[in-house]
Design a protein around this ligand. Structure first.
Ligand code: SIN
Length: 174
C-alpha cells in the first residue's frame, strides 16, 4: 500500500516505510487554505496549513511511501488521528516523469466545506496568520519553512509556497 504526502508528510513522516519515491499527482494544487487548530494554531487563533484543491492542469509534487501490509492498520490509525483536523482519505494516482508509481495511493485532503476549511484569502493575509500562529506542533512559520526546504531539497518549485515564504520573510524581517 502507498501513501502520498504533499505537506508535513514530506518532511515529518512518522511511520515506517519500505520505499520512498518522489512523484506527483495531476489535477490538484497545493494551497494554504486549511485552518489548523490542532497542530500549528489553536481554536482561538488558527494557523494555516496546506490542503489540495482540484484545479485543471495543476500538478502537485510530493513523496509517496510504500508501507508493509502488516503495518497498514497501525499506520492508518495514527495518520487518521494526525490528520483529523478536517482531512479525509482519498485515493490518487501517483507518477513520476518516467511513468506511474501507483494507481492507488492514499492521501489526506481537506476539501471545501470541511470543519477547518479556511479557503482562499489574499496572500498577504495568509502570510500574516502564518507569521504569528503557534500550536501544539510548533510555530506555523516552521511548517511553512520546513515545507519550502523539503520541496527545495526535492528540486520542486511551488509558486504558492514560494510567494508565502517571501511575504512571511518581509513581515518578520522588514
Ligand atoms: C500531507 O502532508 O500530505 C497532508 C497535509 C499535512 O499534514 O501537512
Amino acid at each position: 500500500m502507498w501513501i502520498f504526502g504533499y505537506g508535513s508528510l514530506i518532511w515529518k513522516v512518522g511511520f515506517p516505510y519500505e520505499e520512498r519515491r518522489v512523484g506527483f499527482i495531476d489535477g490538484w494544487a497545493r494551497r494554504f487554505w486549511q485552518d489548523s487548530t490542532d497542530h500549528r494554531g489553536v481554536p482561538e487563533a488558527p494557523g494555516r496549513v496546506v490542503t489540495l484543491v482540484a484545479e485543471a492542469g495543476a500538478r502537485t509534487w510530493g513523496t509517496a511511501y510504500r508501507i508493509a501490509a502488516p503495518d497498514r492498520d497501525r499506520i492508518l490509525e495514527r495518520l487518521d488521528h494526525r490528520e483529523s483536523g478536517g482531512y479525509e482519505r482519498h485515493v490518487v494516482t501517483v507518477r513520476d516523469l518516467d511513468g506511474p508509481i501507483t494507481d492507488e495511493a492514499l492521501i489526506y485532503i481537506g476539501t471545501a466545506g470541511n470543519p477547518n476549511w479556511g479557503g482562499p484569502l489574499p496572500m498577504d493575509e495568509i502570510a500574516r496568520v502564518i507569521a504569528r500562529a503557534e500550536g501544539p506542533s510548533g510555530a506555523n512559520i516552521d511548517y511553512l519553512m520546513n515545507l519550502h526546504a523539503s520541496l527545495t531539497a526535492l528540486d520542486v518549485q511551488d509558486e504558492h509556497v514560494d510567494e508565502l515564504v517571501e511575504l512571511v520573510r518581509r513581515l518578520r524581517y522588514p
